[in-house]
Design a protein. Sequence first.
Length: 676
Amino acid sequence: MQSERDAKVTSMQMGAERLDIKTMKQMPLALGETDVMKVVLALPGVQSVGEGTVGLNVRGGATNQNLILFNNAVVYNPSHLFGFFSTFNPDVLKSVELYKSGITADYGGRLSSVLDVQSREGNLKKFSGSGGISPITGRFTLEGPIIKERTSFIIGVRSTYSDWILKRLDDPGLRNSNASFYDITANISHKFNTNNSLQLSGYISKDKFKLNSDTAYSYSDRNASLRWKSVFTKKLYGVFTGTFSQYSYSINTEINPVNAFQMDFSIKQFNGKADFTYFLTPRHTLTGGVSSTRYSLSPGAYNPSGSESLVVPDVLQHEQGLESAVYAGDDFEVSPKLSLYFGIRYSFYQYLGARDVYQYAAGAPRQENNIQDTLHYAAGKSIANYGGPEPRVSARYMLSDNSSIKFSYNKTRQYIQMLSNTTAITPTDIWKLSDTYIKPQSGDQVSIGYYKNLKGNTIETSVEAYYKTMHNTVDYKNGAVLLLNHHLETDVLNAQGKAYGIEFLLKKSSGKLNGWLSYTYSRSFLKTISAFSSETINRGEYYPSSYDKPHAMNFIGNYKVSRRFNFSLNLIYSTGRPITLPIAKYQLEGTTRVYYSDRNQYRIPDYFRTDVSINIEGNHKIKKLAHSSWTFAVYNLTGRRNAYSVFFVSQKGLINGYKLSVFGQPIPTITYNFKF
């Protein structure tokens, strides 16, 4: 713990947060279970668009601009149960690290951040287990040796068994709904000798729900990774990793046999990676490696369900892509005060057939009625090629033994993007590869920070400022249709973005009273301009992005009353997110039309929430069958009706606005945890 606190000041890395599992388990959270993603949302520079969502908006970036890794495999939807739970079972986790800036060259593929989550290796000496039971979920984890001191396993299982929480929500549609999920995480580790080890991990999850209708939704995540670590010499070691990720969803309705249908989407990803580290001297380290990722997408299939269905099948063309990279880094301690890091990553991408590509009339907007020709590309044929360098630079200068300043610059490129009509990650989002018309995103970020530890390194303070520009980010035409669209390029626009902000953090990691206080001021803007009015938003001027929330403050406090009693308090505040409002009505050809404001000109009300919890440990006798604890928590203690969104309904010739809140009242939970 002491070295970790020192590292905040002395390390090269800036814009990074390493989460302590013990601290996370002290936080009071909705539905009585420790949630990695909710803890990440309490960090400076990280926000979400609303209550109950899991998608992260990091330093003004979109939710799809975060590289989320679980044991090095990509996670596409990190949520369960409408975002109320995250993908990660806390009982199997080893470490959680978030990188917001100063990202080293071995990471790539996303613009905003990297969230690297690693699971634990199983106990090599003895069998042990842990678990918990709450009114919503049950979880159980078992670990132990397969071959003592050499091979171990760990497996964790979670599941829901009650829909009662939905009956307590404000929205009538949610009260008449049902939902369930399960996930299984497994890991096997083997040590061949002191220089070689192998780790195999897997994850599978399944969610099902119905929202006040006969339509059933289901979605699934699967990933696996195989990692071999080898120490070749005293100075050189390597890590070789192969991963597989799959995300899929299905929508099905059968109440009316004539109109019964099923719609499916899936994305698969295979990745191979080799990383090398060479210790040239104790003060000089070289790193490098190569990686390659193969994408395969089934972007949409709409088929009849049952023999009586008259639904006409509609299947979109599959997509294939190949993204590769080579990278190298040089970490050099120039002097005890000055350290430098130089990294370079060169990524290259191919959009591959088989595929039909529409050709549009020159000098005209991309619209369906402007299609003039169709080009057919055979399987494996290169359709579009992109690539370029991604330099990374970092510097740290020690001002004293307990204070430093840091600087970083990094450029990143992103060849896959999420298309969504919502501001948060939802089960029915579409992932889309860059192609002839939808260009890869790229971004440049400059950051500077000051770090100082106080009172014998027991209190950490930091302030970081950043500015970044984003190119070819995804925006949409008004009324864009994303599902089952055979020519998405006619509704998707390439926008330019900029974001800037300053983050303050005061953190105390030890003692009876611990926790942190953070404040972030940040802005995020987009600009979409074209020679055609149908492809220009807000007259080509910058406008707030849907996740522009200038002010955010988080207080996370834990007080250890005694060895057995612990009290926790969360205070969360943020500015409301931008929305577009109807501001007038007018008549056109005898029909009443609605006139809307400029995009994102207004905001929903500010967000504020208070959570509390009390954790009661069992007695601390060494010899007992199991060690247990009880957690009593209240989420949204004040019952504040925070608005997730504002919607409008035409009633008797008037347009009335309504606020939708997900948790409109206090949510008490009780959880029993055990360990043996």
